[in-house]
Design a binder for this molecule. Structure first.
Ligand code: NDP
Length: 320
């Protein structure tokens, strides 16, 4: 089978399309014929070695496809079932072996393409607004990179909860997309904390959802109200340097958390709940998934170049 492999950490040029033997599912595992792999910003961290994985490895931690073979002890899935998964490395490949406990059935009416576009970023947006900082009506939420994969879903789910959403994005075109998804305000990054204060009559935002990291971290704290919360969930501009907790005190008894999706899908029950919640919203037409770009598996490096070059909007997919 073909797979995109990393033998040395580095830029998009380290991605290599290779032939590998077909993997065999062990006990409680399932082999899936991958139809679509999701491209996520985390894939670039893995490729660069920022979140290190022992070399060599097959990239990608989100996919959807059809069950091909089940290992011993698997009763919940059968060959032919349509499934999706996230947080299991190795999705940039024609076949992937996935623990049965991480597979989610794709409901009737939802394509594997949309399932792969939605699962990881949708469950992320869901836990951010429902669990990390459960948004209430009229609260003010700042969403950075509002035209991105997570950003567009986050805006929609925050609006669904009745919040006022202030999105940021780097270009006017991206800001128009954020507005189209429901953002009440869409700003450039320059001086965003000051604008958030103006919008809130000097009070500040209740929460900032910050997946940009280094470039926005300080100002995200400045955009918050007394006892507001900064949810730092990513670092597309680079990692945030070491930080003095006394700053949280000085800026108004703020809260800071740094969550990951696996903290909010750790049990099978929570994984199925969150996946079900986002799949259902799409099937009911209440959540729009914007696939901004699709590449063949062999062109994964180009997908990474565009994502890191801030040239993408919405979801980036690989068609396998
Ligand atoms: P996006 O589609 O949002 O792409 C990243 C965006 O970040 C860019 O489009 C760009 O938007 C913005 N950005 C700002 N500064 C930079 C920079 N210097 N270089 C590149 N991009 C920059 O990616 P994803 O939706 O996949 O992920 C968004 C964030 O969420 C990432 O940080 C990711 O790691 C994180 N994440 C965290 C999860 C968690 O559970 N903790 C789970 C899933 C994702 P613009 O041009 O508008 O600035």
């Amino acid at each position: 089978m073909k797979a995109i492999r990393v033998h040395a950490y580095g830029g998009p040029e380290v991605l290599r399309l290779e032939d590998l033997p077909l993997p065999e599912p062990g006990p409680n595992e399932v082999r899936v014929r991958v139809e679509y792999a999701g491209v996520n910003y985390i894939d670039t961290y893995r490729r660069r070695g920022l979140y290190p994985v022992p070399l060599p490895f097959t990239l990608g931690e989100e996919g959807a496809g059809v069950v091909d073979k089940v290992g011993e002890g698997v009763s919940a899935f059968r060959p032919g079932d349509r499934v999706a998964w996230s947080n299991v490395l190795g999705a940039y490949a024609e076949y992937q072996v996935v623990p049965a406990s991480r597979l989610v059935p794709v409901p009737e009416g939802l394509s594997t393409r949309l399932a792969a576009a939605l699962l990881l970023q949708g469950m992320t947006a869901h836990y951010l607004v429902e669990a990390t900082y459960p948004l209430k009506p009229k609260q003010v939420a700042v969403v950075h990179a509002g035209a991105g994969g997570v950003g567009q879903l986050l805006i929609q789910l925050a609006k669904e909860r009745g919040a006022t959403v202030v999105a940021t994005a780097s270009t006017e075109e991206k800001r128009a997309i954020a507005r189209a998804r429901g953002a009440d305000f869409a700003l450039g990054y320059e001086g965003f904390a000051r604008v958030v204060r103006e919008i809130t009559d000097g009070v500040g935002a209740d929460v900032v959802y910050d997946g940009v990291g280094q470039a926005t971290f300080e100002e995200s704290l400045d955009a918050l109200r007394l006892r507001g919360m900064l949810v730092l969930f990513g670092q597309s501009s680079g990692p945030v340097p070491p930080f003095d907790p006394q700053v949280l005190n000085r800026k108004g008894g703020l809260f800071l958390t740094r969550p990951s999706l696996h903290h909010y899908t750790a049990s099978r029950a929570e994984l199925l709940f969150r996946a079900g919640e986002v799949f259902r919203r799409v099937l009911e037409g209440r959540l729009e998934v914007h696939v901004g770009a699709e590449f063949p598996l062999a062109e994964a490096a180009e997908a990474h170049r565009l994502l890191e070059g801030r040239k993408t909007v919405g979801k980036v997919l690989l068609k396998v």
